[in-house]
Design a binder for this molecule. Structure first.
Ligand SMILES: [Zn+2]
Length: 108
């Protein structure tokens, strides 16, 4: 019976990216001490990405009240509709809003 010759590789101990525990990886690319940490880390990362996204929407809606917090795309639709009502193109209307708001509100 021919045994599969597998060269045992020795990896140096690593620190788990999620829990910080020192572990001996079984593969060069291993970054977590176990599967749970890998999944948890991915989840935590996704969560932080999402909160960054929410923060950017919040910041945008603070600057531009035409962007509703929960529906950032609706702001654009509203502006386009308003522009049509005012008989302007979208670009013209945005420019109009910008110049108009600058006069109105010098705080920012
Ligand atoms: Zn871990």
């Amino acid at each position: 019976m021919a045994a599969t010759r597998k060269k045992a590789e020795n990896f140096s101990p690593k620190k788990c990216k999620f829990c910080g525990k020192i572990f001996i990886p079984t593969a060069r690319s291993q970054r977590y001490c176990n599967e749970t940490c890998r999944i948890e880390y991915g989840y935590a990362e996704r969560k932080s990405v999402r909160s960054e996204y929410n923060k950017s929407i919040e910041a945008a809606s603070e600057i531009d009240p035409y962007i509703p917090k929960d529906k950032p795309n609706e702001g654009l639709v509203n502006i386009a509709a308003e522009a049509r009502k005012a008989g302007m193109s979208y670009g013209q209307y945005v420019l109009y809003l910008q110049t108009h708001r600058k006069k109105e509100n010098k705080a920012w």
